[in-house]
Ligand binder design. Structure first.
Ligand code: FAD
Ligand code: UDP
Length: 399
């Protein structure tokens, strides 16, 4: 991977090399765009990250025991978009993997999303699929205007199941009651009356065979890309010359929080390796009870298929302060983001991209899609005028 020092990038600028693009953030958004601009349009790109590695939140590495773990919590690739699979497949082979999650509720370990097995296990019943539909219908409390994450669940399955599986988890994860969050948050989790216990139903569900970091390293291995790690944008901005900036960090941070702080939910990760071959039956076990301080435990060997006499785990503890992991979907935050977006539109020399740059609770595939769409817009615009376009025209990202 073409990693250089900041001093070398500065020296390049002094010697008259102007980068076509400075991209801040080497996660999916920044890395995909860097690859496309360099390989597709022959651009010179400087990609920087304040962390000491590429991959953003999807970064994985071998820990001290030699087990492949994800530093920032479990990342499972799933998408319905063939073109996104095709694109990433240029840089990785895949391991088929269907994600399954259990939830610890009362004394039971039950499938989540709630399905027929969950209902029968929780209530000691042996309902058929049709009976389970009637069972849920009799408990559902219809909500006329479904706006919040509470409404959406209560409307589907009623208060008791909501309280057992959703209320506590959501309050821990977001530091807010589900009634204060947009319906899109808990809508990510369906309810089923079949025995299908997969977490996702997307057409493509798999893990990069040698891990995410290896995939990023191949993606970024291009002579048109220079990478500077462990370096904040603030340090780079005056020291390197470039034509256009793509910013994949928090949009409010770029603007010095001038309109106020956009709220993000943070996580603290506790990584552990234990002296046993298997710790739990599936990759992820959720703990919805509010009396337990973490939301879930991940055991990586289920995701990667790695064989090892020990096993490595991550506990996730949501918190107020720290790195911004989750934009928080609720109306007042969307309003504040809209004001930053309006400011961004008046700043045509910068394009904002990614989960933090566009303040969207996006999965990996959505961020890849967003970066590919931006690339297409740049390539199409250049093809139309027959020359390079940078700050002359805003390159907005639709969302
Ligand atoms: P990021 O990966 O956050 O990358 C942004 C990068 O910018 C960071 O590396 C940061 O260090 C850098 N940066 C920010 N500001 C600056 C600055 N000023 N100077 C220098 N560098 C800067 N998605 C899925 O599809 N499946 C999953 O299973 C899944 N699980 C997840 C689990 C957790 C715990 C979390 C938090 C997210 C999960 N996601 C999952 C979402 C996934 O992580 C994101 O969609 C994706 O990583 C976003 O990519 P990005 O490039 O937009 O942002
Ligand atoms: N959720 C819940 N109970 C669960 C799983 C999820 O209440 O057992 C809710 C919670 O609000 C969570 C949201 O559904 O934040 C989305 O879950 P997902 O697993 O998609 O979250 P992510 O992997 O993005 O953290």
């Amino acid at each position: 991977m073409p990693e250089i020092t900041l001093e070398r990038a500065e020296e390049n600028s002094r010697r008259g090399l102007t980068y076509d693009y400075l991209i801040v953030g080497a996660g999916f958004a920044g890395s995909v765009l860097a690859e496309r601009l360099a390989a597709g349009l022959g651009k010179r790109v400087l990609l920087i990250d304040r962390r000491e590695h590429v991959g953003g939140n999807a970064y994985d590495h071998l820990n001290e025991a030699g087990i492949l773990v994800h530093r920032y919590g479990p990342h499972i690739f799933h998408t319905n978009a063939q073109r996104i699979v095709d694109y990433l497949s240029e840089f990785t082979e895949w391991r088929p993997y269907e994600h399954r999650v259990l939830a610890q509720v009362d004394e039971h370990l039950l499938p989540i999303p709630i399905n027929l097995t969950t209902l029968n296990g929780l209530y000691g019943l042996s309902l058929t699929e049709e009976q389970a539909q009637d069972f849920l219908a009799s408990r559902a409390e219809p909500v006329a205007d479904i706006r919040t994450s509470e409404d959406v669940v209560i409307n589907q399955i009623g208060r008791e199941l909501y309280e057992k599986f959703f209320r506590g988890y959501t309050r821990k994860q977001w530091g807010l009651d589900p009634s204060e969050l947009d319906k899109s948050v808990t809508s990510r989790i369906p309810t089923r009356t079949t025995t299908d216990d997969r977490y996702f139903t997307d057409t493509f569900q798999m893990m990069p065979l040698e891990g995410y970091t290896k995939m990023f390293e191949r993606m970024l291995d291009h002579p048109g890309i220079d990478i500077v790690l462990d370096t904040d944008f603030e340090v780079v901005r005056e020291r390197v010359s470039y034509q256009h900036l793509v910013y994949c960090g928090p949009i409010d941070e770029y603007f010095g929080h001038c309109l106020g702080r956009l709220p993000y939910r943070c996580l603290r990760f506790r990584h552990e390796t234990v002296n046993q071959e298997q710790f739990q039956k599936v990759a992820v076990v959720n703990y919805p009870a509010e009396t337990v301080p973490y939301t879930r435990i991940t055991e990586y060997k289920h995701l990667t298929g790695q064989q090892h006499p020990l096993t490595s785990l991550t506990y996730e503890f949501p918190c107020e302060d720290g790195d911004p992991y989750y934009p928080i979907p609720r109306p007042e935050n969307a309003e504040l983001y809209a004001r930053y977006k309006a400011l961004a539109e008046k700043t045509p020399e910068v394009t904002f991209l990614g989960r933090l740059g566009t303040y969207k609770y996006y999965n990996m595939d959505q961020v890849v899609g967003q970066a590919l769409a931006l690339y297409k817009r740049i390539a199409d615009a250049e093809a139309e005028v027959g020359q390079a376009l940078y700050a002359q025209q805003p390159i907005a990202v639709e969302n």
